[in-house]
Design a protein around this ligand. Structure first.
Ligand code: ADP
Ligand code: MG
Length: 342
């Protein structure tokens, strides 16, 4: 293990730079100068988004492997670019590193960053590296491109538009519950071995989420252009409310339509947690929530990765969850647990 001060800031940057590959045609110059140089293609607009992840707030290094953290930091930013209907092209990564970290640990973090760069076909073109007197922070800024006028905002939904979500929900939240339970067991008895082997699906949802770029490509192939879109980072209920607020509509979503994976359901039962509550308020699933015109129903109704969970309505109706028995329950951004399951 090599202490950080042995290689210094420039040594560290040199090591990161060594294995970076540049693939995007719009990257003219990457790491190594005062700034990177980019040349977006003609007719494209740039989109840009930043997320900052702080140790103790957004992640816990007791159970989050550094490689996964690096991957996730990139994936959550790519997810924001996807949610604009854009394609990601470059990232810059700023880290502040506590002295307890070794060179190998930082390299592990950047292994994850580079894996994500390969997975999403983006170039790492710069960043910043400093020390930290508190915990680790990692901030990723992602750039993307979209044909002029084709970006999808939160504000374009109208009444009767179908409300769709990709993948399944609640898994990341339940993954966190498993990790926190095992951490408590381990803190009480450091000799104990964590029991994580039984929960591969929810742990992967929490520790290594994927941005749904695949769905962005598929929607393009299907000729479907969402009228509004957002990624599910804070929980479905909160994101539905964001779309409604930005679009000036209400919404109706149906309990029975909400997608949950079997392994997620099993963990919810084990923890005595209401699966619907987990799907609505869990967060960190990084799926896409979007609206499409009613006319696109046939194109999406049998899509394996897309579920139609409801539709937009007039603003005056508000945003409601319709339970099995047909009862409307006003959607709240978080924290409601008592409602009729019918
Ligand atoms: P400056 O003093 O101008 O901030 P730095 O010495 O911090 O320059 O950075 C030198 C080069 O290394 C720049 O191109 C910068 O973008 C890049 N760089 C620094 N830290 C990172 C990092 N963590 N990841 C990727 N590139 C980095
Ligand atoms: Mg710098």
């Amino acid at each position: 293990m090599t202490p950080l001060d042995k290689v210094g800031e420039f040594g560290l940057i040199g090591r990161i730079q060594q294995t970076v590959e540049l693939k995007q045609p719009s990257t003219i110059l990457g790491i190594g100068d005062d700034a990177a140089i980019l040349a977006p293609a003609a007719g494209q607009e740039l989109v840009i988004s930043t997320d900052l992840l702080t140790e103790g707030v957004h992640f816990d290094l007791t159970f989050c492997p550094l490689k996964h953290l690096g991957y996730k930091a990139v994936a959550v930013n790519v997810s924001d670019i996807a949610a604009m209907n854009a394609l990601p092209t470059q990232i810059v990564v700023a880290v502040s590193i506590p002295p307890r970290f070794t060179v190998e640990a930082v390299e592990e973090l950047f292994e994850g960053v580079k894996l994500a760069c390969e997975a999403y076909n983006v170039d790492l073109v710069g960043g910043d590296t400093t020390g930290s007197r508190a915990g680790l922070t990692i901030s990723v800024t992602a750039l993307g491109q979209v044909a002029a006028g084709q970006a999808v905002r939160r504000s374009g939904a109208g009444p009767n538009d179908l409300l769709c979500v990709t993948g399944d929900l609640g898994g990341a939240y339940l993954g966190l519950q498993v990790l926190e339970r095992e951490k408590q067991v381990w803190q009480a008895d450091p000799e104990s071995q964590p029991e994580l082997g039984n929960y591969p699906y929810v742990l992967q949802r929490q520790l290594r989420p994927e941005a749904r770029m695949d769905v962005i490509h598929e929607l393009r192939e299907l000729g479907v252009v969402p009228t509004s879109m957002i990624d599910v980072s804070d929980g479905l209920a909160s994101e539905v409310l964001h779309l409604c607020q930005a679009s000036g509509t209400g919404a109706r979503i149906f309990t029975e339509n909400l997608p949950i994976a079997n392994p997620t359901l099993e963990v919810a039962n084990e923890f005595n947690l209401d699966p619907i509550m987990c799907m609505l308020n869990g967060g960190e699933d990084y799926e896409l929530l979007f609206t499409v015109p009613l006319a696109d129903h046939a194109k999406l109704k049998n899509h394996p990765d897309i579920t139609i969970i409801g539709h937009m309505v007039d603003k005056s109706e508000g945003a409601n969850l319709i339970t099995k028995s047909g009862q409307p329950v006003p959607l709240k951004a978080q924290g409601f647990s008592h409602f009729d399951h019918g």
